[in-house]
Design a protein around this ligand. Structure first.
Ligand code: SF4
Length: 210
């Protein structure tokens, strides 16, 4: 198998084990997903899901967030890491979405990343989850680790990892790979001791059982 066939086989097997991966961030509309994704940096989805119900009750849309007091927002999210900076960026994001995008999220990575608090990884998650648009591949801590163990990249910088993955994984797998590799890293190829015996990739992974 050359590296392209190998990458495709990895993507195919992950897709088979996770046919329709979905984010574990609880949300009911695009506003809620974007806010949850912004909060999830350096924080578990579980922790984010604990704070968002109250946050969304008080600030149900971009307009109310745009007019919120940063300190009040901070109080509602103070269980997540870096909450002060996140509170400031959330309010600024609300202002930008209202002022520059008419209160609706733009559907492409270039414009999404103009919104405070939304970097490329978050933009990838948002376009894929909300509209099924995969302009790139989501690279978080799980995807980084899984991709390295599988030998799909030697890089550690998420942007470089994404660039490597986009070169070898066929585009029609990008959407699924983004979600399935996150779940695979979270539950099977875990950081401390990967569960290679339970892994659908253990017959082809160069790191299996090491
Ligand atoms: S075989 Fe082991 S190291 Fe390789 S992807 Fe699976 S769990 Fe990770």
């Amino acid at each position: 198998m050359d590296k392209f066939e190998y990458a495709k086989e990895v993507a195919r097997k992950l897709q088979k084990s996770h046919p329709e991966p979905k984010t574990e961030l609880v949300h009911s509309d695009e506003y809620q997903l974007a806010v949850a994704v912004m909060l999830s940096a350096q924080t578990t989805d579980k922790k984010v899901n604990q704070v968002t119900p109250e946050l969304f009750k008080k600030y149900p849309d971009w307009e109310s967030l745009a007019n919120a007091d940063i300190g009040e927002v901070g109080k509602l999210i103070n269980q997540v890491n870096f909450y002060k900076g996140k509170a400031e960026r959330l309010v600024k994001a609300g202002q930008v979405v209202v002022a520059e995008f008419g209160g609706k999220l733009p559907k492409n990575i270039e414009e999404l990343t103009k919104i405070p608090g939304i970097a490329r990884k978050s933009a990838n998650v948002i376009t894929q989850e909300l509209w099924g648009i995969a302009e790139g591949i989501v690279v978080d801590t799980h995807v980084s680790r899984v991709s390295n163990r599988l030998g799909l990249t030697k890089e550690t910088d998420p942007k470089k990892i994404e660039r490597d993955l986009m070169k070898i994984i066929p585009k029609n797998y990008w959407r699924n790979f983004s979600g399935s590799a996150v779940l695979h890293g979270r539950y099977v190829c875990i950081a401390r001791k990967p569960k290679c015996q339970d892994c659908v990739l253990n017959d082809i992974c160069p790191s299996a059982f090491k």
